[in-house]
Design a protein around this ligand. Structure first.
Ligand code: SF4
Length: 484
């Protein structure tokens, strides 16, 4: 049997990073990553944060079954593995519903998935579940010395789904610093599906970051459910030797050759003044922060169990803008949380006006199995929630437009990621991001960089661009040279 695989990833950047690691680990064992139609093994890495996550996974598995078994091409021994949050929740239930699913693994179990998949390839009768939670960060085998695998497809059909960036080239790297979460926000399933917070040893984080930079990474994003509480989990101080997130940030920022450093996600209750100061002190720490607000009313924040109020949030914003006046702030918002009144909702609109987020991911609350908010009353009727969501998004669209418009005529450094979908006659456009994380489509060949703008060689190159025009959610620019 030819060991070939194809990975489909739903959800957040942590899932994208997990899929990337799994792909490298399988390749190191002699597996080949191939297009879906050529694969023997399908890995579906799942997310339970958005609406109807189970249904989404069931429909993906159903699609694979009908494409490759019943009336499709017919793929003898079709085999699938399901990982991530939905796998942790449903577990062995997948074996009953989809007989071709032969491995389920949670976020702690992924470290053992490559070995398990080898066993499945050798023994067609075997089924394996890796669902136990561990008490310490499960360090995974080092597969970084491998050349980067093909880009891991990351998608989610939900409108407004946070963009999950596939690691397609080594210039951008995502490095885990922790796993799980201790916060138990009322609406969230993560502490149940990813387990309690487990910080990763700083030495392991730094070693991975250094290797990534040596391999050509220009930008590193440190990942965790709540990076601000790095080292604060039970036993965390022993693992990190007392190093907190601010200390870790400084050590990573000092790696020679690292041009950009980002991190996500931040919980406002845990952000340390030293992390805020770092935005003004560390040159390569990007002026961009995703700081989930969730709601603008203190009463709703309390019911959500967020453990901060609007005054504390606004204080953090003020301190951040003092440290780094050009910082681009983005956020997550939930409307229609149980008990949310029109007055509560208006306070969320007010917060949006006060902070002027550059963009936000906003969602209408819906009950999820297993979360505490399931029991909260009264529920907000769907049509009310939907109407509030539209009002919120319309306000955000206006603010986003204005903030992008203010950048017209400015020059900025853009890290190029891929050829842009926009290709005018006679001009080559490349898509990239500025330090604030904004998408910039750059017309190449107009500047002095001397780069060959027609080929793939521009992936991971940094160019200087002048912003010509603000679009609804992105910027249009032209190359004016190199940044140094
Ligand atoms: S901080 Fe709250 S919302 Fe974020 S992962 Fe933890 S429980 Fe979920």
């Amino acid at each position: 049997m030819d060991k070939t695989f194809h990975i489909v990833t739903f959800g957040c950047q942590m899932n994208v990073g997990d899929s990337d690691w799994l792909a490298r680990a399988l390749i190191s064992r002699g597996w080949r990553q191939v297009p879906e139609e050529d694969a023997w093994l399908f890995v579906v890495n799942t997310c339970s944060v958005r609406d109807k996550p189970e249904q989404k996974v069931y429909s993906e598995l159903g699609r694979l079954a009908s494409a490759y078994t019943r009336g499709g091409k017919g793929k003898p021994g079709l085999t699938a593995a399901v990982g991530g949050c939905v796998a942790q929740q449903i577990g062995r239930g997948f074996f009953e519903r989809f007989p071709f699913v032969r491995l389920v693994f949670g976020s702690d179990g992924i470290a053992g998935a490559p070995d398990a998949l080898d066993r499945l390839a050798d023994d067609p009768g075997e089924r394996i579940a890796l669902l136990d939670f561990l008490t310490a960060y499960p360090e995974r085998e080092d597969v970084l010395t491998l050349s980067t695998p093909a880009p891991v497809p990351a998608f989610d059909a939900d409108a407004g789904e946070p963009e999950a960036v596939a690691e397609g080239h080594p210039a951008q790297a995502f490095v885990n610093i922790m796993q799980g979460c201790d916060n138990f926000c009322a609406y969230c399933i993560v502490p149940y599906t990813r387990g309690r917070q487990k910080s990763r040893a700083p030495g392991a984080v730094l070693a991975e970051c250094r290797t990534r930079v040596e391999q050509g990474a220009r930008e590193i994003t440190l990942l965790g459910q709540n990076v601000n509480s790095y080292g604060l989990d039970s036993g965390g101080a022993n693992v990190t030797g007392g190093v907190g997130f601010a200390g870790l940030l400084r050590q990573v920022a000092a790696i020679p050759g690292l041009l950009r450093l980002r991190f996500t996600t931040s919980h406002p209750k845990d952000i340390d003044p030293a992390v805020i100061r770092a935005f003004g002190e560390l040159e390569n720490l990007c002026p961009a922060l995703h700081l989930p607000l969730q709601a603008g009313s203190d009463a709703v924040l309390k019911r959500m169990g967020r453990k901060y109020d609007r005054a504390r949030y606004l204080g953090i914003v003020e301190a951040l803008r003092q440290a780094r006046p050009d910082i681009a702030l983005t956020t997550d918002l939930i409307v229609g949380f149980p008990g949310e009144t029109e007055e509560d909702f208006v306070q969320t609109l007010e917060m949006m006006e006060l902070v002027r987020f550059e963009s936000s991911f906003s969602f209408r609350y819906s009950d999820r199995p297993g979360v505490a908010s399931l029991r909260l009353r009264p529920k907000v009727p769907d049509e009310v929630g939907q109407e509030r969501l539209l009002r919120l998004q319309s306000l955000q669209n206006g603010i986003t437009k204005e903030s992008l418009k203010a950048l017209e005529g400015c020059e900025t450094d853009v890290l190029l990621e891929a050829p842009s979908r926009r290709q005018d006659e006679g001009a080559h456009f490349w898509r990239g991001r500025d330090a604030g994380g904004r998408v910039v489509n750059v017309r190449m060949g107009t500047g002095l960089s001397g780069l060959d703008h027609s080929g793939a060689s521009l992936c991971g190159r940094m160019v200087r661009a002048r912003i010509l025009e603000a679009k609804n959610h992105s910027l249009l620019g032209e190359e004016v040279g190199l940044p140094w």
